[in-house]
Design a protein around this ligand. Sequence first.
Ligand SMILES: [Zn+2]
Ligand SMILES: [Zn+2]
Length: 220
Amino acid sequence: MSGYLRIDGDEHALVHARLVWHLASSQGRPGVVFHVQAEGARTLLHLGAWAPGERVEDLSNQAVPLNNPGPDAAVDGRFIAIGTIRFGRVNAQRAVLSIDAEAEDLDPGSPVRAVLESDVRCHVEARPRRNHCLGCGRPLEDFAETRDEFVGGYRVRERVLPVLCPDCEGRTERPHNCPTCGVAYEAARVHVLADEGVVGWTATCPEGHTFSGALSPVRS
Ligand SMILES: [Zn+2]
Ligand SMILES: [Zn+2]
């Protein structure tokens, strides 16, 4: 069991929970961006936020306020309006946290708020590294940009890499190289699903890195 989620007193058991993290600064302070996703049989909680620290273990014993986190924090389709995440012990494999929050009503005009309480035990995963071109495998460091983005109401400075290098941009319809290590994919391990306007794909490289994504179709 991964904990429980209580909404207005109705308790739901959680069967699976994970926390995915990466390092990113906010207003000049080093920190950790984290996304928690917890599922029960008929319930789904997800939230993202930022806390100061230099490694994931630094989340331990922190209380992280949520103030209008927007669509980055929701439970069963209701947005969380205000709340606090309290971490217990966090290490590279496991995290324990509790959430006390108020969630907005499903009807967007309604002033009614639901009381949300949750205790969650998560598996911890670092966000997979992605720094090679999907079309040719070359490193993308030279094309990195820094951008400010909002995560759960926190302004976070992110290093953003393109998916394709300038030479491959507009010429690549399917992935050829692993974005984590740059090694060429074997054709049999690339699954491409074309839909209107996008080409979705999932692939596993010989090193075992699995990635999914979408590419815009090449216009001829
Ligand atoms: Zn390329
Ligand atoms: Zn790889």
